[in-house]
Design a protein around this ligand. Sequence first.
Ligand SMILES: [Zn+2]
Length: 523
Amino acid sequence: MSSPDDVVGGVSPADTAGEHSVNIPETADPYSEPMSVRHLIAEQVLIEGVLQPAHLEITDEGIIHRIEKIAPGTAAHRAAVCRSSDVGGGDGLKVLKPRMMVLPGVVDSHVHINEPGRTSWEGFATGTMAAALGGVTTVVDMPLNSIPSTVTVEALEIKRSVARSQAYVDIGFWGGIVPGNTDQLAPLWDEGVFGFKCFLLDSGVEEFPPVNPAQLREAMTEVARFDGLVIVHAEDARTIDTATQSTARTGSVTRYADWAATRPPEAETEAIRGLLEAVRETGCRTHILHLASAAALDLIREAKDEGLPLTVETCPHYLCFEAERIPDGAAEFKCCPPIRDAGNRDALWQGLQEGLIDVIVSDHSPSTAEEKYRGAPDLSRAWGGISGLQVGFAAVASEARRRGVGIEDVSRWMSGGTAALVGLDDRGEIAVGRRADFLFYDPAEAHVVSASGLAHKNPVSAYEGHEISGTVVGSVLAGTELFTALDSSSPLAPVGDLIMRPGAAASVGGLEQKAAAGPVSRS
Ligand SMILES: [Zn+2]
């Protein structure tokens, strides 16, 4: 991790050399970093898609109320002036070293927390701690793998009551579509879920069954009625059954590419083809989850050209790994749909740059080690899900840099784009009137991931041993510093809020704050 002077509350002598030499008081105790950031001064702040020097002023409510662009090379001087005046002197002034970047906090709209019901797999406290440490300041929790699934208003209330005291970052919730719950969709929408997830094939947990084409259309027709959003796990069961039979062996499937062949690219293409028909028929806003196969990009291009209300996501593991290089029996990499080959990976990056894929999300879907290594080294019985919440941003940023793709694009895919997907127009960008949700990124610091050092509950991760250039060294949620690499004992505190869909007018249940946008009070 960082040396103590990488993120500075005071300004080191090296920064003050030169024409703007000012007598700057040393910060006596580097651990007296402000918990509340009211003035943030840095040479590289991502504003309007461009990294530039700026001084941000933040209200007590954690909103950016002023952005002053400053001349390059003057952040240290500005900080000194600020400190010696009554404007920003005292508490709340944070100054970053010149190489540090201030980026909007990541909004990760695809996270499985699993609590209650499978809390041994992941819980709100550990999951959102991992988020905070990875620069993710907002997560939206998937409706399945917890018990109950979030398919009724009552289940949503249970989730919220469990999450309320354990939110280290902001948490919102997706609802779910299962056969027979169409009458729950409008009430869930009114209660503030961000949209509705469904599966077109077995979800992996029995309490969240898939929908057939008729049930899908029924749900989409209902969701289109109130202009909601349906998000879909798009793989085709029949294609997978056929592929599984034709690749069936007497022995176990230990080679990753062999297992991946049982869920071939055509399974995604087929499912997406059918889904697009339903979008066309119902007009329902639809989002394709975790696209792994670039073979579907032509269909997606046609659908977007046609004007269908369609968005698409992919995940860090599809952008960072390739099937050929995954060791035999490495269940940490098992996910559905599977990681595919190197050419596919290149094509996904191309799809992002062309705007065919809109956003990147973690699909953090952990389990216990027991579930993950069930049947090992046979991959067919292992839990399919990758634990990558804490690593996702840095891993994608590292891979992007290797490919000559800018951090501005990465931020747009992982913060601005995802915030827009779920309609959270109060975050996702650094702009006046938006929340002061930031991550601090040191592009010069490389690290090797150790799963045991990650905060999520079970120390299993596909990123174990993965080399990443660039490190998240701090994060700020609504002006409150969540952590800083300055101080590894800095108190992560559950200062996150439960959030609801902007515009939701909760009519029932235990939410204290109804209507309007934004945080639901935790107190
Ligand atoms: Zn998922």
